[in-house]
Design a protein around this ligand. Structure first.
Ligand code: GAL
Length: 360
């Protein structure tokens, strides 16, 4: 076994014995298992608030203390936050990176301090100092978005041509490529057969990314596409990789008269089942989202941290798919689900993710 894991496992068991007689330390949770540092990318998207809270609640329930930081979508700030967590002596790190390549130096510091690292949702690239990856099947996310468009437009029945515009996520997020490739794998045959036409001509990944997944950036790009490529034509579908981007796209479309006066909104996909997007789906605006149960993801990450710190083998289900450029990072991947107006009640309300009142 790796030495730092052995040492950590030893100190974790000692902490366990010592804490058997200890009292609960209140808001920070029990201290028997040590401290886990959790670095999340931003507070501006609801999902990362849910992730952060889910992880720390689960870790507290397992007897750990936690230190949770948010990097405000600033890669340098996130690197210095992680450096500070290491200096404060955290025993393990769970990190959702802002920029997949900006953490190499600080993760060397983590390795030097024998702190294991779990890459959370987004794979950290270009370093050997990332131990495990927990995420969803990211290509499947893209496939679900594409499949929705294919079904709703009736492309398999030969219908078309339809106009589609393509959006992807942040260029510095490893997931972006997986989502886009998953989608394009299914959409490309219909672009080839001209059942789908991209009037803007923007189909290459580097033409369609949206830095930091920013909704207003997507809104500006959609507005400019509508102005430049759609006089006298209408958009029938927009591939959007994430709910915040979908809402930006919908704002641009509505400002252009879509959604009223005989000009229906196009199909607009999404991801994360964020509250505002589910409400938008209920109002027949956004069409679809990909639901990823963040309670499960948080649970897998905190269980993995607990396993590593107690010298148990974490549960993995993928040892091949995620090469970070230096090594294949062993992963635990969860399955995403497509959600639209027809199934949101069953999946999100009956599933306890939202209450019916929250969605009003
Ligand atoms: C990705 C993540 C998506 C979405 C996006 C924007 O890395 O996998 O679910 O949250 O970031 O935050």
């Amino acid at each position: 076994m790796h030495s730092r894991r052995a040492i950590l496992a030893g100190s974790a068991s000692l902490a366990l014995i010592l804490s058997a007689c200890a009292q609960s330390s209140g808001g920070e949770g029990l201290s028997k298992g040590g401290t886990v540092g959790v670095a999340m990318p931003t507070r501006t998207s609801e999902r990362w608030l849910t992730d952060g809270k889910g992880i720390i609640d689960d870790l507290h329930a397992k007897g750990y203390k936690t230190k949770l930081v948010y990097g405000e979508d600033n890669p340098e700030k996130q690197a210095s936050q992680i450096a500070s967590l290491i200096k404060q002596g955290v025993d393990a790190l769970i990190i959702a990176a802002i920029d997949n390549k900006s953490l190499n130096d600080v993760l060397q510091q983590a390795a030097d301090a024998d702190v294991p690292v779990i890459s959370y949702d987004r794979l950290i690239l270009g370093t050997k100092n990332v131990d495990y990856y927990v995420s969803f099947d990211n290509e499947q996310v893209g496939r679900l978005q594409a499949r929705y468009i294919i079904e709703k437009l009736g492309l398999e029945d030969g219908k078309g041509p339809f106009n589609i515009e393509l959006f992807a996520g942040s260029s510095d997020d490893n997931n972006t490529r997986y989502f886009y490739e998953g989608s394009m794998h299914l959409l490309q045959p219909y672009l080839d057969s001209k059942q789908l036409v991209v009037q803007s001509g923007q189909t290459q990944l580097d033409q369609v990314t949206t830095l930091r997944w920013d909704g207003p950036t997507a809104q500006r790009r959609m507005t400019s596409i509508l102005t430049q490529s759609y006089s006298g034509q209408k958009v029938d579908a927009v591939l959007s990789p994430y709910d915040g981007i979908s809402l930006g796209i919908l704002s641009a479309l509505k400002s252009d008269g879509y959604g009223s006066g005989g000009k229906p909104l196009p199909i607009v996909t999404g991801q994360d089942a964020e509250l505002a997007s589910v409400q938008s789906i209920i109002k027949d605006q956004q069409s679809q989202t990909v639901y990823k149960d963040l309670r499960e993801l948080a649970n897998v990450a905190s269980t993995m941290a607990d396993d590593i710190l107690n010298d148990r083998r974490p549960v993995l289900n993928d040892r091949f798919s995620y090469n970070n450029g230096v090594k294949v990072v062993p992963a635990h991947l969860l399955q995403p689900e497509t959600v639209d107006k027809s199934n949101y009640e069953e999946i999100l309300v009956t599933g306890g993710y939202y209450t019916a009142a929250e969605l009003k």
